[in-house]
Design a protein around this ligand. Structure first.
Ligand SMILES: Cc1cc2nc3c(=O)[nH]c(=O)nc-3n(C[C@H](O)[C@H](O)[C@H](O)COP(=O)(O)O)c2cc1C
Length: 388
């Protein structure tokens, strides 16, 4: 271990030191008063583990089958826009760490690296996250490109019809393309390692980072927008769009950002393969419920017809174990690996994944559970939703 990071919180601290404050807050914080952000953690912490004893746990396994494929660990990397600005070629670093660990990597529409460069330079199991432009044909074009490159799954984000309210991003003044104000220039100068190893490196090679996957007509028109505000959002999306995507996307179709179990039932009806129960890591609708609070209802309502994945707030192996015990097929991690990549590139992302692997393994042993396949709600005590 080269990094002095024993847990995800250590990686977060390393990222905090390295990144300009405006970028760190973009990664770290949540919408409005951050009620959902805090509750994501509180809800996970409220669930208690109920261990069994005198069980042979010497052959522990955390292998799962996700969308018909075996993988060594029950996590995947969530799509995070602008990951490429946390580290030079940060998205390639994340994808390589995922490929080495045998877990899927999700590339965001708003990434800095082109989808074909990820496939060429990292390989592994790749998923593509799609935001829908108002002109749907632009998004359909992106999906077709991803399919032709061999991306396995399309994650359609459905929780963001409008921009979310994150006032610190407006205050901090970071934009893509990068524009310079007194405030953010002082912030960058106070973080010379990021300035030299990320920003200068981009300037001296490919130029200031931009959204590499946006269609040409969008790229031409793009103006500097605060972090999180240059996304292709669409407030008229309906189930008809899901039907159209189902017709054009040959691989696994996944809806990302559902919180009502009836939406999973409906998704199954439209031929969707999976849902990601997510409140976007507390970044979108402040006050939205935590995902583990609603997860059991999803599993009961649609778990037999559709793959149920979960994210938002997962920082420890024990958190992952809790979600799997509640019936999730896998967990997406967003900030955890993003802190890692901001701290030390591919090695930092790999460190985050290793931390999860070791923690999951240890928790299984201490829980008296031989493998993630054997997990069930019997290993937990879950307070009623909303209990303090
Ligand atoms: C910096 C950042 C950027 C994100 N960008 C996107 C995005 O472009 N599209 C998307 O569907 N989700 C995005 N997300 C949400 C993640 O995919 C995921 O739902 C969330 O990070 C999970 O919570 P966690 O960070 O607590 O693990 C982003 C999250 C972060 C932290």
């Amino acid at each position: 271990m080269t990094l002095r990071a024993y847990n995800i919180s250590d990686l977060r601290e390393l990222a905090r030191c390295r990144l300009p404050k405006g970028l760190f807050e973009f990664v770290d914080r949540g919408a409005e008063d951050e009620v959902s952000l805090r509750n994501n953690r509180a809800a996970l912490d409220r669930i208690r583990l109920r261990p069994r004893t005198l069980v042979d746990v010497s052959q522990r396994s955390q292998e799962i089958t996700l969308f018909g494929q075996r993988q060594k660990m029950p996590i995947a990397i969530a799509p995070t826009g602008a990951a490429g600005i946390m580290w030079h070629d940060g998205e390639i670093a994340l994808a390589r760490a995922a490929a080495a660990a045998g877990i899927p990597f999700s590339l965001a529409t708003a990434s800095m690296t082109a989808m074909d460069a990820i496939a060429e330079q990292a390989g592994g199991r790749l998923w593509f996250q799609l935001y829908m432009y108002a002109d749907r044909s632009l998004s359909h074009g992106l999906a077709r490109r991803a399919a032709s490159i061999g991306y396995e799954a399309l994650l359609v984000t459905v929780d963001s019809p409008v921009f979310s309210n994150r006032e610190y991003n407006l205050r901090n003044g970071f934009t893509i393309p990068i524009s310079f104000t007194v405030r953010n220039t002082l912030d960058v100068l106070a973080h010379p390692r990021w300035l030299v190893s990320v920003l200068m490196r981009y300037v001296l090679t490919t130029g200031l980072p931009l959204y590499a996957n946006y269609p040409e007509e969008v790229k031409r028109k793009i103006k500097a927008q605060p972090m999180g505000r240059a996304l292709p959002l669409n407030d008229s999306l309906t189930w008809d769009d899901v039907r159209a995507l189902r017709e054009l996307w040959p691989g696994k179709l996944v809806l990302k950002g559902v919180l009502h179990p009836q939406d999973a039932v409906k998704a199954a009806h439209y031929g969707v393969d999976g849902v990601i129960v997510s409140n976007h890591g507390g970044r979108v609708l402040d006050g939205a419920m935590a995902t583990v609070e609603v997860l059991p209802e999803f599993v009961a309502a649609a778990g037999k017809r559709i793959t149920v994945i979960v994210d938002s707030g997962f920082r420890r192996g024990a958190d992952v174990v809790k979600a799997l015990a509640l019936g999730a097929s896998a967990v997406l991690v967003g900030r955890s690996t993003l802190y890692g990549v901001a701290a030390d590139g591919e090695a930092g992302a790999a460190r985050a994944i290793t931390i999860f692997r070791e923690e999951i393994d240890r928790v299984l042993a201490l829980l008296g559970c031989p493998g993630v396949a054997e997990l069930s709600p019997d290993y937990l005590t879950v307070p009623p939703s909303g209990a303090g």
